[in-house]
Design a protein around this ligand. Sequence first.
Ligand SMILES: Cc1cc2nc3c(=O)[nH]c(=O)nc-3n(C[C@H](O)[C@H](O)[C@H](O)COP(=O)(O)O)c2cc1C
Length: 208
Amino acid sequence: MTRLMAIFGSPRRQGNTATLLRQAVKGARDAGATVEEVVLRDLKMSPCLEIYGCKQSGQCVIKDDFLELRENILACDGLILASPIFFYTVSAHTKILMDRCQSLWVKKYWIDETPYTSRAFKRRGLFIAAGATAGKRLFEGTLLTVRYFFDVLDAQLWRSLCYRELDFEGDVEKHPAYLEEAYQAGRDLVAVLRDDAGEKAGKGADAP
Ligand SMILES: Cc1cc2nc3c(=O)[nH]c(=O)nc-3n(C[C@H](O)[C@H](O)[C@H](O)COP(=O)(O)O)c2cc1C
């Protein structure tokens, strides 16, 4: 069974990215995946305090909801993250999660000494974003941020769905093509993860 995490990064429960993410979740479930939904605004999660308590073991020493979320992310095959664009980057809720994953960065690159150039992905991620304006470069910074956040999770940024000119709650409902695209992306993600699992199993069978 393919396990996915769906991470709602907007403070708006019925906002544009939440609607798009729900579509992707529906697609993934229709394709047979188990999807756990996490609404970041409902969690008690401190920002990273930069005390590097994670230096010994890679475990974050701040005891809050991040610890369980971390375990769930590490146990999933794929993730779908949705965030609005706030000042050309992700929402504060999303950024807090990203920064807390510095403990995983420490584990990967300092403790396990993974080469910085290594791209051995264990999972794949879909990113969904919405912004109000029409600017050509609206998603540029965010996509870089998300790519390197996913990298820390050993997740390839497999696909991103970035929609401009969505501002008020419900705006995305006027774009059935976006909703369909998000649904299909959820389905496609599960299909590609199944292929990955099949390849891994095949490799295992060939091993001496
Ligand atoms: C604090 C804040 C900052 C924002 N910054 C930007 C921005 O830099 N560029 C932009 O195009 N839209 C910006 N917006 C608009 C949101 O990206 C837009 O309303 C989006 O559709 C919200 O998604 P949501 O409904 O999923 O929360 C901002 C909105 C807020 C509340």
